[in-house]
Ligand binder design. Structure first.
Ligand SMILES: [Zn+2]
Length: 397
């Protein structure tokens, strides 16, 4: 089949080109002119992009409440899996064809990944971290299905091996405190020590995968980078030294900028949160804007991650992240698209399969009705989604 009459985004030149795309056996077989008589799908002048990759999601979390305190306390186990499956489909329908889940809940997200891969349900292609390796902390009871408490390198090794044994594709660690935590835990506190992070990186490398490090504190970012974590999540308090180290080591920053915006957009919702959590979000909004701008200026490699799963930050609204990175943080529209496609694939080690419209790659293709280089908010109007050559959404049909 050929997709004809569309403009397609070339990640190499960061520009749209004209030409038809041939899909065969779930991959892009050719880009050129469709021969007459071939089976075609007329894209009617739409703007085609590689399927977007969101490198920071939590499909198991319930985002409808502002309280992060054990949201699933009264849930049936099956309810969590069904919620996660529904979220995985919402990702796909908004144009996220691939997502990295960096903290699930009792491995329900891995069951969802398997069901998607087996063709039993519709959803984004998932790469999962299983549970997050955390030191002993006051916040573990907030996330009993999401955290694996480990202290010291030996327990970290065991925790990492356990996630891989449960089907994890990567390892996620907490190198610093978190925002959605108890009042006894500071987001800018260092958590896992370098010897512990080293142990996680060792196990990941032994198993041909990588570590994603949650890190707000500057020193926690430096620990994560020096130990060889492939990505730093959030990076809120990065100083010049931390940014320089990230450039030197080629570490990806996944800025998760939209979390404060999503949390604060409805004041009534934000008022339901614990006072210290609301205060943290408020104080971070402007600070994060400066911080992501500084990282961009320093030349830190970025990959897009929305952190859907945090309160008010719903699966299906992921495109607010690339849009806000343009509107608030100084990225150009083409940069926002490239960090959401090619860079996302590189972070996952999937650049041979994903992240571009090019011959031989998996046919993950989305379309928007107007040129997103002129107006990045076009990303909110995805009306066509193809994953591995199968059309899952076509609003024109
Ligand atoms: Zn997160």
């Amino acid at each position: 089949m050929w997709l004809t009459n569309g403009h397609w985004f070339d990640v190499e030149s960061a520009a749209f080109r004209t030409g038809d795309i041939r899909i065969e056996d779930g991959r892009i077989a050719a880009i050129g002119d469709a021969p007459s008589g071939s089976e075609t799908q007329d894209m009617e002048g739409r703007w085609l992009l590689p399927g977007f990759i969101d490198n920071h999601v939590h499909i198991t979390l319930d985002t409808s409440t502002a309280s992060g305190n054990n949201v699933w306390r009264d849930a049936l186990p099956g309810s969590i899996a069904i919620h996660a499956a529904w979220n995985a489909r919402r990702l796909l329908m908004c144009g996220i064809t691939t997502a990295r889940d960096v903290g699930g809940w009792d491995y329900h997200e891995i069951a969802v990944r398997e069901a998607i891969d087996a063709g039993k349900i519709e959803g984004a292609r998932l790469f999962c971290a299983g549970k997050i390796l955390s030191m002993t902390s006051s916040s573990t009871p907030y996330y009993p299905g999401m955290y694996e408490e480990c202290d010291g390198p030996a327990e970290i090794r065991k925790g990492a091996r356990k996630q891989l044994a449960m089907g994890a594709n990567l390892i996620k660690i907490l190198a610093s405190g978190a925002v959605n935590s108890t009042k006894y835990e500071r987001a800018d506190a260092i958590q896992l020590r370098p010897d512990e992070i080293d142990a996680a990186v060792e196990i990941a490398r032994d198993n041909f995968t990588h570590v994603a490090a949650h890190a707000h504190a500057a020193e926690a970012i430096k620990n994560a980078v020096r130990c060889g974590c492939r990505s730093v999540e959030h990076g809120s308090y990065a100083d010049d030294e931390a940014l320089g180290l990230m450039v030197e080591h080629g570490t990806y920053l996944v800025p998760t900028f939209c979390t404060a915006h999503a949390f604060l957009k409805d004041p009534k919702f934000a008022d339901q949160a614990l006072p210290h959590v609301k205060e943290r979000y408020k104080s971070r909004e402007v600070m994060r804007q400066k911080n992501v701008r500084a990282a961009h200026k320093a030349g830190v490699k970025m990959a897009m991650g929305s952190d859907v799963g945090t309160p008010g930050n719903h699966c299906g609204e992921n495109m607010q992240e690339p849009v806000l990175l343009v509107e608030k943080c100084g990225l150009s529209p083409s940069e926002a698209i490239i960090i959401s496609t090619r860079h996302g694939a590189e972070l996952l080690g999937q650049e041979e399969n994903l992240g571009a419209l090019a011959r031989g790659l998996i046919a993950d293709i989305i379309a928007v009705p107007r040129n997103p280089l002129d107006d990045i908010t076009a990303l909110h109007d995805v009306d066509f989604v193809m994953k591995e050559g199968v059309i899952f959404r076509d609003d024109r049909a």
